[in-house]
Design a protein around this ligand. Structure first.
Ligand SMILES: [Mn+2]
Length: 361
Protein backbone atom coordinates (compact mmCIF):
# COMPACT_ATOMS: atom_id res chain seq x y z
CA UNK A 1 0.00 0.00 0.00
CA UNK A 2 1.48 3.30 -1.04
CA UNK A 3 -1.05 5.75 0.39
CA UNK A 4 -3.45 5.51 3.29
CA UNK A 5 -5.84 7.94 4.93
CA UNK A 6 -4.75 9.60 8.15
CA UNK A 7 -7.07 10.48 11.04
CA UNK A 8 -8.06 13.71 9.28
CA UNK A 9 -9.11 11.70 6.20
CA UNK A 10 -6.17 12.92 4.08
CA UNK A 11 -4.21 10.57 1.82
CA UNK A 12 -0.66 10.29 3.17
CA UNK A 13 2.26 8.31 1.70
CA UNK A 14 3.16 5.00 3.27
CA UNK A 15 6.92 4.81 2.93
CA UNK A 16 9.08 1.86 4.02
CA UNK A 17 10.11 2.54 7.61
CA UNK A 18 13.80 2.37 8.49
CA UNK A 19 15.39 3.82 11.61
CA UNK A 20 17.55 6.78 10.58
CA UNK A 21 20.89 5.60 9.21
CA UNK A 22 19.89 1.96 8.66
CA UNK A 23 18.89 2.15 4.97
CA UNK A 24 20.77 3.94 2.19
CA UNK A 25 19.98 4.10 -1.52
CA UNK A 26 22.27 5.33 -4.27
CA UNK A 27 21.87 5.77 -8.01
CA UNK A 28 23.53 3.33 -10.38
CA UNK A 29 24.88 6.53 -12.04
CA UNK A 30 26.80 7.22 -8.79
CA UNK A 31 29.40 4.65 -9.87
CA UNK A 32 30.67 6.05 -13.14
CA UNK A 33 33.75 6.50 -15.35
CA UNK A 34 33.61 10.29 -14.91
CA UNK A 35 34.64 12.73 -17.59
CA UNK A 36 32.72 15.53 -19.19
CA UNK A 37 33.41 18.82 -20.93
CA UNK A 38 36.58 19.46 -18.89
CA UNK A 39 37.92 16.05 -17.90
CA UNK A 40 38.54 12.70 -19.60
CA UNK A 41 36.85 9.52 -18.39
CA UNK A 42 38.96 8.31 -15.46
CA UNK A 43 37.70 4.78 -14.82
CA UNK A 44 36.39 1.86 -16.88
CA UNK A 45 32.62 1.54 -17.13
CA UNK A 46 31.22 -1.35 -15.06
CA UNK A 47 28.44 -3.77 -15.93
CA UNK A 48 25.13 -3.40 -14.11
CA UNK A 49 25.96 -6.46 -11.99
CA UNK A 50 29.35 -5.01 -11.01
CA UNK A 51 27.74 -1.65 -10.22
CA UNK A 52 25.10 -3.26 -7.99
CA UNK A 53 27.82 -5.22 -6.18
CA UNK A 54 29.85 -2.02 -5.68
CA UNK A 55 26.81 -0.26 -4.19
CA UNK A 56 25.90 -3.21 -1.96
CA UNK A 57 29.51 -3.45 -0.70
CA UNK A 58 29.52 0.31 -0.11
CA UNK A 59 26.69 -0.19 2.39
CA UNK A 60 23.63 0.48 0.23
CA UNK A 61 20.45 -1.45 0.91
CA UNK A 62 18.65 0.20 -2.02
CA UNK A 63 19.38 1.43 -5.55
CA UNK A 64 17.89 4.09 -7.83
CA UNK A 65 17.39 4.07 -11.61
CA UNK A 66 16.76 6.47 -14.48
CA UNK A 67 14.74 4.97 -17.32
CA UNK A 68 17.82 5.45 -19.51
CA UNK A 69 19.81 3.02 -17.34
CA UNK A 70 16.91 0.62 -16.86
CA UNK A 71 14.50 0.90 -19.78
CA UNK A 72 10.94 -0.26 -19.02
CA UNK A 73 11.29 -3.15 -21.50
CA UNK A 74 14.44 -4.40 -19.71
CA UNK A 75 13.09 -3.87 -16.20
CA UNK A 76 12.12 -7.50 -15.48
CA UNK A 77 15.61 -8.71 -16.39
CA UNK A 78 17.22 -5.91 -14.39
CA UNK A 79 15.12 -6.82 -11.35
CA UNK A 80 16.66 -10.30 -11.41
CA UNK A 81 20.11 -8.70 -11.09
CA UNK A 82 18.82 -6.40 -8.33
CA UNK A 83 17.49 -9.39 -6.36
CA UNK A 84 20.69 -11.36 -6.96
CA UNK A 85 22.71 -8.46 -5.59
CA UNK A 86 20.61 -8.46 -2.42
CA UNK A 87 19.30 -4.91 -2.75
CA UNK A 88 15.92 -3.28 -3.44
CA UNK A 89 14.82 -0.42 -5.68
CA UNK A 90 13.90 2.64 -3.63
CA UNK A 91 13.49 5.26 -6.33
CA UNK A 92 13.01 5.52 -10.08
CA UNK A 93 12.92 8.56 -12.36
CA UNK A 94 12.40 9.20 -16.05
CA UNK A 95 15.28 11.02 -17.73
CA UNK A 96 13.64 14.19 -19.12
CA UNK A 97 16.90 15.93 -20.00
CA UNK A 98 19.42 13.78 -21.88
CA UNK A 99 17.41 11.18 -23.73
CA UNK A 100 17.41 13.14 -26.95
CA UNK A 101 16.73 16.59 -28.41
CA UNK A 102 13.06 16.53 -27.40
CA UNK A 103 13.81 17.98 -23.97
CA UNK A 104 16.16 20.75 -25.13
CA UNK A 105 13.47 23.36 -24.35
CA UNK A 106 12.06 22.14 -21.04
CA UNK A 107 9.82 19.24 -20.14
CA UNK A 108 6.70 19.41 -17.89
CA UNK A 109 6.35 23.21 -18.28
CA UNK A 110 7.82 23.61 -21.76
CA UNK A 111 6.17 26.16 -24.07
CA UNK A 112 6.10 23.36 -26.68
CA UNK A 113 2.98 21.19 -26.33
CA UNK A 114 4.63 18.09 -27.87
CA UNK A 115 7.46 18.32 -25.33
CA UNK A 116 5.00 18.43 -22.42
CA UNK A 117 3.12 15.47 -23.90
CA UNK A 118 6.34 13.46 -24.24
CA UNK A 119 7.43 14.33 -20.68
CA UNK A 120 4.06 13.16 -19.31
CA UNK A 121 4.17 9.99 -21.42
CA UNK A 122 7.67 9.02 -20.28
CA UNK A 123 6.77 9.78 -16.67
CA UNK A 124 3.65 7.59 -16.80
CA UNK A 125 5.67 4.79 -18.43
CA UNK A 126 8.24 4.78 -15.66
CA UNK A 127 5.70 5.12 -12.85
CA UNK A 128 4.08 1.99 -14.31
CA UNK A 129 7.48 0.25 -14.24
CA UNK A 130 8.11 1.49 -10.70
CA UNK A 131 4.81 0.07 -9.46
CA UNK A 132 4.53 -3.13 -11.53
CA UNK A 133 8.17 -4.26 -11.76
CA UNK A 134 10.48 -2.46 -9.33
CA UNK A 135 8.09 -2.28 -6.38
CA UNK A 136 9.74 1.12 -5.81
CA UNK A 137 8.73 3.31 -2.89
CA UNK A 138 9.15 6.71 -4.56
CA UNK A 139 9.08 8.28 -8.01
CA UNK A 140 11.22 11.42 -8.50
CA UNK A 141 10.63 14.22 -10.97
CA UNK A 142 13.83 16.28 -11.23
CA UNK A 143 13.17 19.56 -13.09
CA UNK A 144 16.43 19.30 -15.18
CA UNK A 145 15.79 21.19 -18.44
CA UNK A 146 12.52 22.74 -17.20
CA UNK A 147 13.02 26.50 -17.08
CA UNK A 148 14.60 29.10 -19.32
CA UNK A 149 17.92 30.58 -20.41
CA UNK A 150 17.21 34.25 -21.06
CA UNK A 151 14.70 37.11 -21.12
CA UNK A 152 11.09 36.24 -22.03
CA UNK A 153 12.00 32.83 -23.43
CA UNK A 154 8.89 31.49 -21.70
CA UNK A 155 5.66 32.96 -20.43
CA UNK A 156 6.62 32.92 -16.75
CA UNK A 157 3.09 32.38 -15.43
CA UNK A 158 2.50 29.53 -17.88
CA UNK A 159 5.82 27.87 -16.98
CA UNK A 160 4.71 27.25 -13.40
CA UNK A 161 1.04 26.56 -14.17
CA UNK A 162 1.84 24.16 -17.02
CA UNK A 163 4.37 22.31 -14.85
CA UNK A 164 1.59 21.86 -12.29
CA UNK A 165 -0.91 20.86 -15.00
CA UNK A 166 1.44 18.21 -16.46
CA UNK A 167 1.98 16.75 -12.99
CA UNK A 168 -1.79 16.80 -12.42
CA UNK A 169 -2.25 14.81 -15.62
CA UNK A 170 0.26 12.23 -14.38
CA UNK A 171 -1.33 11.94 -10.92
CA UNK A 172 -4.86 11.70 -12.36
CA UNK A 173 -3.77 8.86 -14.67
CA UNK A 174 -1.96 7.11 -11.79
CA UNK A 175 -5.01 7.26 -9.51
CA UNK A 176 -7.35 6.10 -12.30
CA UNK A 177 -5.03 3.20 -13.12
CA UNK A 178 -3.87 2.01 -9.70
CA UNK A 179 -5.98 3.77 -7.08
CA UNK A 180 -4.44 5.58 -4.09
CA UNK A 181 -3.55 2.28 -2.44
CA UNK A 182 -1.03 1.38 -5.17
CA UNK A 183 -0.08 4.91 -6.25
CA UNK A 184 3.62 5.75 -6.16
CA UNK A 185 4.45 8.87 -4.14
CA UNK A 186 5.89 11.50 -6.50
CA UNK A 187 8.72 13.65 -5.13
CA UNK A 188 9.79 16.79 -7.01
CA UNK A 189 13.54 17.49 -6.87
CA UNK A 190 14.22 21.22 -7.38
CA UNK A 191 17.42 22.75 -8.77
CA UNK A 192 18.11 26.44 -9.49
CA UNK A 193 20.30 26.08 -12.59
CA UNK A 194 22.22 23.58 -14.77
CA UNK A 195 21.39 22.47 -17.38
CA UNK A 196 19.32 25.66 -17.80
CA UNK A 197 20.23 29.10 -16.48
CA UNK A 198 17.00 29.31 -14.49
CA UNK A 199 15.51 25.97 -13.49
CA UNK A 200 11.91 25.65 -12.35
CA UNK A 201 11.17 24.76 -9.60
CA UNK A 202 14.41 26.19 -8.15
CA UNK A 203 13.96 25.36 -4.47
CA UNK A 204 11.63 23.88 -1.88
CA UNK A 205 9.39 26.94 -1.82
CA UNK A 206 8.84 26.75 -5.58
CA UNK A 207 8.03 23.03 -5.33
CA UNK A 208 5.39 23.79 -2.70
CA UNK A 209 4.04 26.62 -4.87
CA UNK A 210 3.70 24.27 -7.86
CA UNK A 211 1.90 21.70 -5.70
CA UNK A 212 -0.47 24.47 -4.55
CA UNK A 213 -1.30 25.15 -8.24
CA UNK A 214 -2.60 21.57 -8.59
CA UNK A 215 -6.23 20.64 -7.81
CA UNK A 216 -6.64 20.05 -4.08
CA UNK A 217 -7.51 16.36 -4.41
CA UNK A 218 -4.24 15.62 -6.27
CA UNK A 219 -1.88 17.51 -3.95
CA UNK A 220 -1.45 14.74 -1.33
CA UNK A 221 0.30 12.53 -3.90
CA UNK A 222 3.17 14.94 -4.59
CA UNK A 223 6.00 16.01 -2.27
CA UNK A 224 9.69 16.90 -2.28
CA UNK A 225 13.04 15.23 -2.85
CA UNK A 226 15.50 17.88 -1.67
CA UNK A 227 19.18 17.49 -2.55
CA UNK A 228 21.97 19.05 -0.48
CA UNK A 229 24.06 20.38 -3.39
CA UNK A 230 21.03 21.77 -5.25
CA UNK A 231 20.06 23.74 -2.13
CA UNK A 232 23.59 25.12 -1.77
CA UNK A 233 23.51 26.19 -5.44
CA UNK A 234 20.27 28.08 -4.72
CA UNK A 235 21.92 29.90 -1.81
CA UNK A 236 19.77 27.99 0.67
CA UNK A 237 20.61 26.26 3.91
CA UNK A 238 19.79 22.60 3.20
CA UNK A 239 18.54 21.78 6.69
CA UNK A 240 16.19 24.79 6.59
CA UNK A 241 14.79 23.55 3.27
CA UNK A 242 14.15 20.17 4.92
CA UNK A 243 12.36 22.01 7.72
CA UNK A 244 10.11 23.82 5.25
CA UNK A 245 9.25 20.58 3.44
CA UNK A 246 8.49 18.88 6.76
CA UNK A 247 6.31 21.77 7.96
CA UNK A 248 4.23 21.29 4.80
CA UNK A 249 4.12 17.50 5.35
CA UNK A 250 6.02 17.06 2.08
CA UNK A 251 9.44 15.62 2.96
CA UNK A 252 8.90 12.36 1.03
CA UNK A 253 12.56 11.53 0.21
CA UNK A 254 16.04 13.09 0.30
CA UNK A 255 19.18 13.15 -1.83
CA UNK A 256 22.21 13.64 0.39
CA UNK A 257 25.50 14.87 -1.04
CA UNK A 258 27.88 17.82 -0.73
CA UNK A 259 28.96 20.98 -2.54
CA UNK A 260 30.95 24.16 -2.09
CA UNK A 261 28.28 26.82 -2.54
CA UNK A 262 26.71 28.93 -5.29
CA UNK A 263 28.52 27.07 -8.04
CA UNK A 264 27.67 23.99 -10.09
CA UNK A 265 26.34 20.51 -9.36
CA UNK A 266 29.48 19.09 -7.78
CA UNK A 267 27.76 16.02 -6.30
CA UNK A 268 30.50 15.65 -3.67
CA UNK A 269 30.13 13.02 -0.96
CA UNK A 270 27.80 13.85 1.93
CA UNK A 271 29.96 15.62 4.53
CA UNK A 272 32.65 16.60 2.02
CA UNK A 273 33.77 20.24 2.08
CA UNK A 274 31.59 21.29 5.06
CA UNK A 275 31.13 18.59 7.68
CA UNK A 276 28.99 20.96 9.75
CA UNK A 277 26.33 20.74 7.03
CA UNK A 278 26.29 16.97 7.57
CA UNK A 279 25.88 17.34 11.34
CA UNK A 280 23.01 19.81 11.13
CA UNK A 281 21.38 17.76 8.35
CA UNK A 282 21.42 14.55 10.42
CA UNK A 283 20.11 16.39 13.48
CA UNK A 284 17.35 18.02 11.40
CA UNK A 285 16.36 14.66 9.87
CA UNK A 286 15.99 13.39 13.46
CA UNK A 287 13.96 16.45 14.47
CA UNK A 288 11.53 16.13 11.56
CA UNK A 289 11.16 12.38 12.13
CA UNK A 290 12.57 11.26 8.76
CA UNK A 291 12.20 7.48 8.79
CA UNK A 292 12.59 6.06 5.30
CA UNK A 293 15.49 5.24 2.96
CA UNK A 294 18.23 7.89 2.77
CA UNK A 295 19.03 8.59 -0.87
CA UNK A 296 22.60 9.47 -1.79
CA UNK A 297 23.39 11.24 -5.08
CA UNK A 298 27.14 11.65 -5.58
CA UNK A 299 29.82 11.30 -8.24
CA UNK A 300 33.32 9.86 -7.95
CA UNK A 301 36.13 12.42 -7.79
CA UNK A 302 38.37 12.91 -10.83
CA UNK A 303 41.29 11.39 -8.92
CA UNK A 304 39.36 8.24 -7.94
CA UNK A 305 40.99 5.11 -9.37
CA UNK A 306 39.29 1.98 -10.77
CA UNK A 307 39.59 0.62 -7.21
CA UNK A 308 37.69 3.66 -5.88
CA UNK A 309 34.59 3.41 -8.09
CA UNK A 310 32.25 3.78 -5.13
CA UNK A 311 34.49 5.81 -2.79
CA UNK A 312 32.09 8.78 -2.77
CA UNK A 313 29.19 6.52 -1.76
CA UNK A 314 31.32 4.84 0.91
CA UNK A 315 32.45 8.22 2.28
CA UNK A 316 28.87 9.56 2.29
CA UNK A 317 27.68 6.68 4.45
CA UNK A 318 30.73 6.93 6.71
CA UNK A 319 30.25 10.67 7.13
CA UNK A 320 26.56 10.12 7.85
CA UNK A 321 27.53 7.70 10.63
CA UNK A 322 30.14 10.13 12.00
CA UNK A 323 27.59 12.97 12.04
CA UNK A 324 24.97 10.65 13.53
CA UNK A 325 27.36 9.66 16.32
CA UNK A 326 28.00 13.33 17.11
CA UNK A 327 24.23 13.93 17.24
CA UNK A 328 23.73 10.91 19.52
CA UNK A 329 26.54 11.59 21.95
CA UNK A 330 27.18 15.33 21.95
CA UNK A 331 23.90 17.03 21.12
CA UNK A 332 21.36 17.08 23.92
CA UNK A 333 17.95 18.37 22.89
CA UNK A 334 17.30 20.15 26.20
CA UNK A 335 20.63 21.97 26.01
CA UNK A 336 20.07 22.91 22.36
CA UNK A 337 16.51 24.08 22.94
CA UNK A 338 17.60 26.13 25.95
CA UNK A 339 20.22 27.79 23.75
CA UNK A 340 17.61 28.44 21.06
CA UNK A 341 15.36 30.13 23.63
CA UNK A 342 18.06 32.67 24.50
CA UNK A 343 19.04 35.61 22.28
CA UNK A 344 22.71 34.62 22.33
CA UNK A 345 23.96 33.63 18.91
CA UNK A 346 27.55 33.88 20.09
CA UNK A 347 26.87 31.07 22.56
CA UNK A 348 25.07 29.04 19.87
CA UNK A 349 27.98 29.37 17.45
CA UNK A 350 30.47 28.40 20.14
CA UNK A 351 28.32 25.39 21.08
CA UNK A 352 28.17 24.16 17.45
CA UNK A 353 31.96 24.37 16.99
CA UNK A 354 32.38 22.55 20.29
CA UNK A 355 30.07 19.65 19.41
CA UNK A 356 31.50 19.30 15.86
CA UNK A 357 35.12 19.41 16.99
CA UNK A 358 34.66 17.47 20.22
CA UNK A 359 37.05 19.92 21.85
CA UNK A 360 35.82 21.87 24.87
CA UNK A 361 38.76 24.25 25.23
MN1 LIG B 1 19.62 14.28 -7.02
Amino acid sequence: MAFQKNEAGQWTPVLPQHALGTAFGAGVWNVAPGGGRFAPAMRPALSLEQTLTELKNAGCTHVEFHDTEAEPEDAEKIMKSVRNAGVEVSMCTANLFKRGPEFANGNMGSPIADTRTEAVRRTKDYIRTGIEVFDASIYVYWNSSNGFGGPLQVNYRDLFQMTADSLSEVVTWMLDTYGPERALPIAIEPKPNEPVSWGAPADCGEVLAIISLMPENLRPFVGTNLETCHSLMAGKRYAAELGLAAAAGKCFYVHLNGGTGLKFDEDLAFGDNDFGVAVETVWTLEEIGYSTVLGIDVQPLNTDTPQQQSASVVRSIRNFRRAHEICRTRIHAEELNALRAKADRAAQSDWFARICSGIDA
